[in-house]
Design a binder for this molecule. Structure first.
Ligand code: NAP
Length: 264
């Protein structure tokens, strides 16, 4: 895995638990690679014959440009979070949005035709909008920069740009902004718009419960934090690299102190 910062990443814990449970003599290691050197890390991976690599901030776009081939979702996003060495070819993929849908599936959401509001239009929002669109959800993007919101909405066949008022009519509301993290205090939308019958998801997993998620639960909504997405995107990466089914229970157990991702 490459990124910066990276020291507190949970991914080594998740993947190494998966390798052990699957009986694979593999190891997953985090490397702090500063901005601007992602392409060099891809070259090193090719030289060393490393089977795969997770890619996180600030390298997702630069590494996409350094790949030999991109999956359709990675090409649409222009960003990769996962690369695999397939023969001599470095293939870039993006499993973030699929991981979010996996977590929503676990919570019992029926995404096909569901009205979903995504708050934010950055990298995570874009991958989530694209994946939700592929699952048939009716996605509305609500973000403070209209141009970014338009570009994100365009990633979904039925995507549109909306205002915070759209939150009230959504079956699923997803916070894809950093608002609620320690460095970004506040709420991504007025919790008065949230109500029972909705599934409210925060992509943030540190802290495990944001004030917004707590407010949503108080108002009767089913709530979900970002740990399920973290796990879901890791499962897809594991399967792409190893070609075997991911041992979900073992990988989830590696996150047992973060089990707030379960619906609550
Ligand atoms: P990003 O690319 O920087 O995008 C952040 C988005 O939030 C942008 O649309 C930004 O708007 C908006 N935003 C930031 N501050 C805001 C504020 N005060 N009010 C309204 N909007 C604001 O970040 P990202 O990579 O998409 O990450 C977003 C969140 O998702 C982070 O909390 C990250 O930890 C989380 N995440 C979770 C997972 C997971 O597996 N659970 C995976 C990836 C990301 P501007 O463009 O106008 O600044």
């Amino acid at each position: 895995m490459i990124g910066d910062p990276i020291a507190h990443s949970l991914s080594p814990r998740i993947h190494n638990a998966g390798f052990a449970a699957a009986g694979l003599d593999w190891a997953y290691v985090a490397f702090r690679v500063p901005a601007g050197r992602g392409a060099e890390a891809v070259a090193a991976m090719r030289t060393l014959g490393i089977a795969g690599m997770s890619v996180t901030m600030p390298h997702k776009e630069a590494v996409a440009a350094a790949c030999d081939r991109l999956t359709p979702i990675a090409a649409a996003l222009g960003a990769v979070n996962c690369i695999a060495l397939e023969g001599d070819e470095v293939v870039g993929d993006n499993t973030d949005g699929g991981g979010c849908c996996w977590a929503l599936d676990q919570a019992g959401a029926n995404l096909d035709g569901a009205p979903v509001v995504v708050l934010g239009a950055g990298g995570a929002a874009r991958s989530v909008v694209a994946a939700l669109g592929a699952r048939g959800a009716e996605v509305t993007v609500v973000a403070r920069r209209p141009d970014a919101a338009r570009r994100a909405a365009a990633l979904s066949p039925s995507g549109r740009v909306g205002t915070p008022a759209a939150v009230r009519g959504a079956a699923v509301v997803i916070n894809a902004t950093p608002v609620g993290m320690a460095q970004h205090p506040g709420m991504p939308c007025d919790p008065q718009r949230l109500h029972s019958g909705q599934l409210v998801m925060d992509l943030i997993y540190h802290p495990e419960r944001t004030p917004w998620l707590d407010a949503a639960a108080t108002r009767g909504a089913l709530t979900l934090n970002g740990v399920g997405m973290l796990l879901g995107q890791a499962l897809a990466q594991f399967e792409r690299w190893t070609g075997v089914g991911a041992p979900v229970d073992a990988m989830a157990a590696a996150l047992d102190q973060h089990l707030g991702w379960l619906p609550g």
